[in-house]
Design a protein around this ligand. Structure first.
Ligand code: SF4
Length: 160
């Protein structure tokens, strides 16, 4: 079962959105430079449709997007919750920060508005680094995904 440790409203993880980031535990990726070791353990509260309902009731007027931060141990479970949000609360966008190099075949990416893929590799840096190995994709109106990683970079970084 998916579990989450905590949540927070964030402004930079998904461009142009006010996002409720849901930090999911039991991360199987074990990136060498991991900045969130506490998410490796199978701890926290159940992340199910009841939890989603409670988040929407509490934060619904403050956010435009919900983002699953992790959950790679159960990609089908993340996908089910993404479907649930879109069917029950269609006014919200859904994002997923995955630490995998590729998306699991158990996932229908059309159920997500944004998908970030890639493990954290310290010397390449996070999304805001122009040398990053990670990518953030946004689903366009035609269903195709475009790479919007550049939105995290400052103009002076891109000129190097
Ligand atoms: S995906 Fe995130 S939480 Fe998991 S090991 Fe990598 S950096 Fe840590």
């Amino acid at each position: 079962m998916l579990k989450y440790v905590n949540t927070g409203i964030v402004f930079q993880e998904i461009p142009d959105e006010v996002t409720l980031a849901i930090n999911i535990s039991n991360c199987p990726c074990h990136c060498p430079g991991c900045h969130s070791h506490y998410l490796w353990d199978d701890i926290g509260l159940p992340l199910d449709t009841d939890a989603i309902d409670a988040f929407i009731e509490k934060y619904g007027t403050d956010i435009t997007c919900l983002s699953f931060m992790g959950g790679d141990a159960d990609p089908a479970g993340v996908n089910q919750l993404a479907q649930y949000i879109h069917e029950t609360y269609p006014q919200f966008k859904v994002a997923w920060y995955s630490g995998r190099i590729r998306l699991s075949s158990a996932v229908n990416k059309q159920d997500f508005n944004y998908i970030k893929i890639g493990p954290y590799i310290k010397h390449l840096g996070p999304l805001k680094s122009p040398t990053t190995n990670q990518h953030l994709y946004r689903q366009r109106a035609d269903g195709e995904f475009e790479d919007i990683t550049y939105r995290f970079w400052r103009q002076q970084d891109m000129a190097i």
